[in-house]
Design a protein around this ligand. Sequence first.
Ligand SMILES: C[S@@+](CC[C@H](N)C(=O)[O-])C[C@H]1O[C@@H](n2cnc3c(N)ncnc32)[C@H](O)[C@@H]1O
Length: 267
Amino acid sequence: MERRNSSSGRKKPPKRAKSTNIATTALGEEPEKRGRKKSAPVKGEASSRDFNVHVKTAKRREYGSTLWLKRQLNDPYVRKAKAEGYRSRAAYKLIELDEKFALLKPGARVVDLGCAPGGWLQVAVKKTGRSGRVVGIDYLNVPAVAGVDILEMDFLDDAAPAALKEKLGGEADIVLSDMAAPTTGHKATDHLRIVALADAALDFAEDVLAPGGAFVCKVFAGGAEGELLARLKANFTAVKHAKPKASRQDSSEKYVVATGFKGRRDD
Ligand SMILES: C[S@@+](CC[C@H](N)C(=O)[O-])C[C@H]1O[C@@H](n2cnc3c(N)ncnc32)[C@H](O)[C@@H]1O
């Protein structure tokens, strides 16, 4: 029997299907539109003109979230990561840095600070192979990655450096830090937190790196500055800044890459 609107006697219009049905995936930062056809792997360099998914504003979704969603759905690196099995689009940042600076060699011992959801771990383990050693840390839970030791703890915890060294079982060839603290919106506070994370990462790198080792660290705005830059220049033979293509152009994020660790004073 047809359902009718009791007041007017007119036929009720059929319920409209929601325009999007979004779920957060294990990629963490990567939502997907359920039911959408699986995309074909993106070959070669990703292009932002490959797709343009339109996202309608849903009643319960805030405008900012809709913009974020639209950016994710139209991001070629998000699609590429999905197609190639990487847990994060960030994986391509490390791939690009490695192509440019030849960091991840077979057999290398790597520490990844701030490793969730695990894209860099996947790249590191693939590049260093069976003879390599990869250890990661994050205060977020990271699903296991074959061949990797993962610590679920705050890197700023006093016990973290020793725990990492124990897992590593010796010196490291590369210390990577993609750590980023959640922003507070208060510029000065956010800046101090970024600097504190980079400082702590460098303290650890100087303590654990083998001579000749490399340090890669996410920095923002003007890059590594002041004391951090001076320390890098004093302790490494080359210090460069790089902004991989996979790093969003509207983000002030970049990476400082220091190679040729000169060794500890006590070495
Ligand atoms: C941009 S994400 C890293 C993405 C990762 N490179 C990948 O490819 O999947 C930054 C990570 O740093 C972590 N982080 C920030 N501060 C940290 C801290 N003090 N200790 C451990 N992890 C931290 C965050 O939890 C977050 O998962």
